[in-house]
Design a protein around this ligand. Structure first.
Ligand SMILES: Cc1cc2nc3c(=O)[nH]c(=O)nc-3n(C[C@H](O)[C@H](O)[C@H](O)COP(=O)(O)OP(=O)(O)OC[C@H]3O[C@@H](n4cnc5c(N)ncnc54)[C@H](O)[C@@H]3O)c2cc1C
Length: 415
């Protein structure tokens, strides 16, 4: 079968790989001149089922109100007259009660656990090296009471298969010597033993090479403009390089997926959550952390990829712009200096803003909508690096009419 994958981020390239492995003729259409240049290049690098908690939770509305009052919260809302944001926001609020938050968290966890295993198998099979950090991720707390509360909350994940341990400050230093200089500033951590980190952009590009060896064609610098349907069938995709035809199509355009699905009448409940990330060079005299982690006080996440330290933070609901100002990185810079005073060269950061393709409930959109030959694999939100190999393998299963390895309830196409 000839299949066109729309989008050359981690979701699109992993999908192309599994499809090619099944023997399909695959072409990837990407508007940029390189792969994984959007969200897939700016993420924190965590491959972390232990980070599966749905953002729509009982705590979220309070945080949004505080952000509207001017506080520097991790989730921020920039009020604007945007019907798309209002619609998305109301659905987000509907998902905040604890029963829904728990259900959505467990859907994400199931997918993340599956995906992590797929990623490791694939990386081993194709001998892909992608700057993996040490195994184990720190969910770090500065306050003892919050650590206790965090440990209580994490039990949900432990009850569903995550191997985690609560560490006090000395336990943290023992596992991660980079915390030694700040031992007195931290209360402890929940240590996710199975979580780890790696460079998503590097992985995606290395995987693209493996795809090419299997015959996948990458059509870069080509913008998807619209889909064309005849009844419940997609007949072609209109691009800046002309009309392209295939037997089936996979939509993985990150935050632009809804704009393109709308051209054939399919609404997708997604909105961009802007995040900021900085990548610092690590030089000889530096002592970087070898494990990834999240500072639960500021929700700044970090990973080191060999000679670079990546730190990222913030979810800003403010439209599709990807611009940034220096002050947008204040909380990252503060956390970097407070937690890792000598981990990297903080004067030489590479700054970036990226858009997470967020669904209001959290799980991605995976499966068929109203067109029998258009598969959706998009909306991975804040966990797309962790989820990508899993959703790609499932997309290939669905296209091959094979039963996926996990239950897909909660990930269906929603409008
Ligand atoms: C700050 C930040 C931190 C994050 N941290 C983590 C983390 O630690 N762990 C984790 O698992 N996930 C993390 N994520 C989430 C993860 O990065 C995303 O979920 C993932 O990259 C989404 O991949 P994607 O391929 O769907 O989208 P993208 O990477 O955005 O790719 C979409 C691609 O489609 C192309 N495209 C768009 N429109 C068109 C068009 N019309 N025509 C042709 N091509 C088009 C784009 O150019 C792009 O290459 C983070 C995200 C951010 C922003």
């Amino acid at each position: 079968m000839k299949i066109i994958v729309l989008g050359g981020g981690v979701a699109g390239v992993t999908t192309a790989y599994y499809l090619a492995r099944d023997g399909h003729e695959v072409e990837v259409v990407e508007q940029e001149d390189r792969l994984a240049g959007w969200a897939s290049s700016g993420n924190a690098g965590l491959i972390a089922p232990g980070h599966s908690f749905a953002w729509a939770s009982p705590a979220a509305p309070k945080m949004l109100v505080r952000s509207l009052l001017g506080a520097e919260t991790a989730i921020r809302l920039k009020p604007r007259l945007d019907p798309e944001l209002v619609r998305w926001g109301l659905r987000f609020l509907r998902e905040c009660p604890s029963d829904r938050a728990q259900r959505n968290t467990l859907v994400k966890l199931r997918l993340c656990q599956y995906s992590q295993a797929q990623l490791e198998a694939l990386a081993a099979e194709e001998a892909i090296e992608y700057g993996e950090g040490a195994r184990g991720v720190f969910y770090l707390y500065r306050d003892a009471r919050e650590l206790e509360e965090g440990a209580r909350k994490m039990r949900l994940l432990q009850d569903h298969g995550q191997d985690q341990e609560v560490l006090d400050a000395d336990g943290c230093v023992q596992r991660e010597p980079a915390f030694a200089p700040v031992r007195d500033r931290i209360a402890g951590a929940i240590y996710g033993k199975d979580d780890f980190s790696g460079d998503c952009e590097r992985f995606t590009n290395a995987l693209a090479e493996a795809c090419k060896r299997r015959g996948v064609r990458f059509r870069l610098g080509t913008r998807v403009e619209a889909l064309e349907a005849v009844g419940d069938h997609i007949a072609a995709v209109r691009t800046s390089g002309g009309r392209l035809r295939a037997d089936a199509y996979v939509l993985s355009l990150g935050v632009h997926s809804p704009a393109i699905s709308k051209t054939v009448g399919q609404q997708l409940p997604m909105y961009p959550a802007k995040g900021y990330s900085v990548t610092f060079p690590i030089r000889d005299a530096h002592e970087p952390p070898s494990h990834g982690g999240v500072d639960e006080a500021t929700l700044v996440a970090w990973s080191s990829f060999g000679d670079r330290l990546r730190m990222s933070s913030t979810a800003e609901f403010a439209g599709y712009g990807r611009g940034w100002q220096e002050r947008d990185f204040n909380n990252i810079m503060r956390a970097a200096r407070e937690l890792f005073p000598n981990a990297a060269d903080y004067s030489a950061g590479e700054y970036r803003a990226c858009l997470r393709p967020m669904t209001p409930d959290g799980p991605p959109i995976l499966g068929y909508g109203r067109h029998g030959n258009l598969l959706y694999n998009t909306g991975h939100g804040h966990m797309g690096w962790t989820m990508a190999c899993g959703t790609a393998k499932i997309a290939a299963d669905l296209l091959q009419r094979r039963k996926p390895d996990i239950d897909l309830r909660g990930m269906e196409v929603r409008s």
